[in-house]
Design a protein around this ligand. Structure first.
Ligand code: HEC
Length: 145
């Protein structure tokens, strides 16, 4: 009788221990090899992309109009022609060899320099303030052709 009770008591004790463990591990629900979900839960809200991480060319950048250099003809037609087409204020006329010959002798670099600073009635940069030096040079080369 005594032995039978002991066995029953041991079974009950084991049942309580096992049941408690199962109950709490289900309640908390954290596995030992839960690295994936842990990484997912503690990951930062934002990420920084460094050059090379992604194909930056795939992102379409807004097209900057000034980025592409205008041709000498474009600059001449839109800006310089207002004076240089007919020789306003005795500006050297477009394609007029007699007007340009003495100036061309000084060299294109000097003409560009003078065009940037302006001289006499010739305004600085010929009023094309957003023109690059190269664009001014191209416009001059177009005019002296
Ligand atoms: C408002 C009128 C006007 C505009 C616009 C103008 N020019 Fe002139 N430009 C002149 C006049 C006037 C001269 C003659 C200046 C002088 O020799 O005293 C001249 C002279 C020049 C010369 C010769 C300078 C020298 O050293 O003899 C160059 C080069 C020139 N212009 C380039 C340009 C270019 C390039 C543009 C356009 C981006 C331009 N100009 C726009 C009036 C103008």
């Amino acid at each position: 009788m005594y032995f039978k009770n002991s066995v029953a008591a041991i079974i009950v004790i084991f049942a309580i221990i096992f049941g408690t463990k199962t109950f709490f591990s289900n309640l908390v629900h954290v596995g030992y090899n839960d690295n994936l979900t842990v990484a997912e839960r503690i990951k930062p809200l934002g990420q920084v992309y460094l050059e090379g991480d992604i194909d930056v060319n795939a992102i379409k950048a807004p097209v900057k109009t000034a980025a592409k250099a205008r041709s000498g003809e474009e600059v001449y037609t839109s800006v310089c022609a207002s004076c240089h087409a007919v020789g306003v204020l005795s500006a050297p006329k477009f394609g007029n060899k007699a007007d340009w010959a003495p100036r061309v002798k000084r060299g294109i670099a000097d003409l560009v320099k003078v065009a940037i600073t302006g001289t006499g009635a010739m305004p600085p940069k010929g009023t094309c303030m957003d023109c690059s030096d190269d664009e001014l040079k191209a416009a001059i080369e177009h005019m002296i052709k």
